[in-house]
Design a protein around this ligand. Sequence first.
Ligand SMILES: Cc1cc2nc3c(=O)[nH]c(=O)nc-3n(C[C@H](O)[C@H](O)[C@H](O)COP(=O)(O)OP(=O)(O)OC[C@H]3O[C@@H](n4cnc5c(N)ncnc54)[C@H](O)[C@@H]3O)c2cc1C
Length: 672
Amino acid sequence: MAHPKSSKTAPSKLQVHIDALETQGVGVTPDASSRHLHNGMDTPLPPADLHGAYVNNRPLPTEGIADRRAWIVGSGIAGLSAAFFLIRDGHMPAGNITFFEEQDIEGGSLDGAGNAEDGYIVRGGREMEMTYQNFWDVFSEIPALEMPKPFTVLDEYRIVNDADKNWSKARLLEKQGQIKDFSTMELSKRQQLELVRLLLARKEDLDDITVEEWFSEGFLNTNFYTFWRTMFAFQNWHSVLEMKLYMHRFLHLMDGLNDMTSLVFPKYNQYDGFVRPLMSWLKDQGVNIQYDTVVENLEMTTSGDTRTVTAIQCHGSEGDKTFNVGDRDLVFVTTGSMTEDTAYGDDNTAPQLKENDQAGSGSGWQLWKNLAQQSEVFGRPEKFCGNIPGSTWESVTLTCKPSPLMDKLKELSVNDPYSGFTATGGIITFIDSSWLMSFTCNRQPHFPDQPDDVIVLWTYALLMDKPGDYVKKTMPECTGREVLTEMCYHLGLIDQIDEVIAATKTRVALMPFITAQFMPRARGDRPWVVPEGCTNLALIGQFVETHNDVVFTLESSVRTARIGVYSLLGINKQVPDIYPGQYDIRRLLRATRTLNSDEAFLGEGLLRRILGGTYFEHILPLGPGEKPEELSRPGMFEQQFQALRGLLEDSQALDDAKDWVQGILNKLRGRR
Ligand SMILES: Cc1cc2nc3c(=O)[nH]c(=O)nc-3n(C[C@H](O)[C@H](O)[C@H](O)COP(=O)(O)OP(=O)(O)OC[C@H]3O[C@@H](n4cnc5c(N)ncnc54)[C@H](O)[C@@H]3O)c2cc1C
């Protein structure tokens, strides 16, 4: 990386440090699991999981930035964030940035459209949390649309969520509308150990292994797994590696998994909440966007081990076009999309996937396939887009006027849904639904122009090949009204279904690749953000490799964009790694207790004995209703000690336990 020696922004006394920066080999693909927190000679930047003000510095401009151009394929959150980082941290003039977008609107998977008459539609809602470090970094600088300067989208988000905490009062329903106890995880000791075994496993030992291959059948029937798979949209046949990464990434949220206290939600749908303000800022800066333009392939020259993009082949309303790319220009490509080829339906129409649909023939996948044909450094797209039944699910957005459905909703919500405060606080799952259906009511209004008497609900299901329990069809075979009928059956409203249908509009979205990013994968299937040897190309979005982050989040798309920009421009600034909650003893102890259905775990008594009454007492998790002053009270240690003694005396139990632990160790060793 070169810095302008006579930069006006760099007073001469700083020059010695600016020159020294040039010699640093900067790693911007964060992997905090590989080192300790220090700022030594061998640490080119502050540690990757150091979050906060120190790493929010403004880097110096890179040399010649005003003469370089950036071409961004895809205007989802990954593409939009790439432009943001190019402008803010790369100091690139916004007029040098051009988007190619195949749709006639920006945002990609972040949608939100329609009106109260025809029905609103969102393909999904956004469960979010506070440690989306890269995402919040962007939105801490984007002006809020409904607040005066200098308030940002993050400020607005905080005001809404700080004043309106999220929680669920009816996370699970059964027997047509009855709330099922969801206070515990229902994990036996053995099932808890299955989870621990996964946490301990090395990432590289989990290639192509599925969730159902790793866990016992009993585990898959627990409350824990129901919370997990419905909240994150995991299927039994998905990658257990992804599940592991989620556990590390969100370990600090484990105690909010059942009642949804771990979540925060945007004020509106994700298009109005995030895309509109970000795009408006980018357009104000002067970026260019070419809608209705499909990028079909990239032309590259290779020299030795390096690859440089020289041209972008597009197809648009005006036919084929090729854009030349200079070797100092930058290209960012969103490879694949979870919402590609979405099929839509409504009250009377079931969605139809493309007639001649071949797996992954859509443009995002096709571009990635074309790249993969050029070199194996671009990964293996078929692993993700090659199994449509394995990656499909459907959602339906309901635009509701008052009806018995709204009365039932009030019963299940933590606040009156018409009050503007949190309603269901996240999804409510019908555990006896053969589709495994869930629904949610976010804060209302969900759209800025939504009339006061309208509520927008969202429902989805995971299992697409099973007939419904009332409507004897699979979900994709159903019209919107039939899905509504099935939902009302599970809410105990089937007798009032005509009244509900008359007051409700439905809009259906069947998404053949919605969980493509979770399909089982192995090393090399996903390309690195800057694939080996590429001098001016970064791949961004959900289908690229990062060291520790998960997929299917806003944060991970933004992360890849940031890594891409910093890598290609050689920007000396930290990309924060995932929140290090997994290394925080408080979070670990809390999570361990949570998985044990909030009962004391083995050894907790000893910990209380040692730490109770000391400075570190506060790291101990409290039991339900327990007060801090009760922590040092004797009892738990003695109780656990007696239980352990009993176990030791029962030599049979001890032998069983020993065999079982030995079996696990052998298995773990066998996998290496
Ligand atoms: C139903 C649903 C629920 C979700 N829930 C959550 C949640 O609760 N929490 C959370 O954090 N995240 C959630 N997500 C995930 C999050 O929304 C996505 O990870 C993120 O929006 C993906 O952004 P992206 O820019 O990587 O890709 P996309 O949004 O898919 O954008 C890709 C864009 O590139 C364009 N494109 C692709 N190829 C080409 C080409 N060759 N030429 C031209 N244009 C092209 C596409 O048209 C599209 O606009 C959810 C997503 C969905 C769909």
